[in-house]
Design a protein around this ligand. Structure first.
Ligand SMILES: [Fe+2]
Length: 242
């Protein structure tokens, strides 16, 4: 039997998404492709060879929010990306949301996934989350995340050996960041890739300095070429200035 290769998967997904199908259709059809992809044991060799021996592959990685997130393929039309996530045992990964839909296939060793939902609090926006499901997913199984507060979850490796899952994400409806939820403190915070996060930290610092010069930098930045999510950081920082 011919194995279903990375190339087969990429072609199938490109074709599926080219006609701009609705999300239920993407999830139904895409999940079938993911489940075929994660049943091919040869992909592991490919990915790990590139990561350990191929300098160019490592250098071509763009900055992800999570350091355990490895980009394997990016659709030229930005329809989707395929990533491998490497999960170390006994590492605590945060509860988070996503900017897009996602199809997640467990590839190597079981992975535990807890899904959460926002607790409804009348009409007021809530930061409180409650557990919706808690599952141990076996290699070959596929789980789905939806955008924004419809797809809050946490993944971790409950075993003693490293685990890997293969994730496909669609085009983001909210770009630039995800949100980390901390239920013990009832807080939500934005998580950015490292360089962007450094910039956001500097912007937040300016927001806590009550000086004309700090306000001036924030105003200039909020009208600059920066992406919208960093301009929002500038406006939030300006609002915080005493
Ligand atoms: Fe996720």
């Amino acid at each position: 039997m011919n194995e279903y290769t990375l190339n087969d998967y990429v072609q199938d997904m490109e074709e599926l998404l080219a006609d701009n199908p609705d999300m239920p259709h993407i999830i139904e059809e895409g999940s079938k492709y993911v489940s075929k992809l994660v049943s091919n044991p040869a992909i592991l060799n490919d990915i790990l060879t590139k990561l350990v021996l191929d300098d160019q592959f490592l250098k071509s990685q763009y900055q992800a929010i999570d350091p355990n997130d490895i980009i394997i393929y990016r659709s030229p039309n930005r329809l989707f990306s395929l990533r491998a996530f490497i999960w170390e045992p006994r590492v605590h990964y945060p509860i988070h949301d996503h900017g897009s839909w996602g199809l997640v296939g467990v590839y190597l060793n079981p992975i535990r996934e807890r899904k959460y939902q926002l607790r409804t609090n009348g009409a007021a926006p809530s930061t409180q989350i409650e557990l919706k499901s808690d599952q141990l997913l076996q290699p070959g199984q596929v789980t789905v995340v939806l955008p924004l507060d419809q797809g809050i979850h946490q993944m971790e490796n409950p075993g003693e050996s490293v685990a890997i899952s293969l994730h496909t994400y669609g085009a983001a409806i909210r770009k630039g960041y995800i949100q980390y939820y901390e239920p013990h403190f009832n807080t939500v915070r934005r998580a950015y890739p490292p360089t962007t996060f450094t910039r956001a930290l500097a912007i937040r610092t300016l927001g806590s300095i009550a000086q004309p010069w700090s306000e001036e930098i924030l105003k200039e930045a909020s009208e600059s070429h920066l992406p919208d999510y960093l301009k929002e950081e500038c406006l939030m920082a300006l609002n915080k200035q005493p």
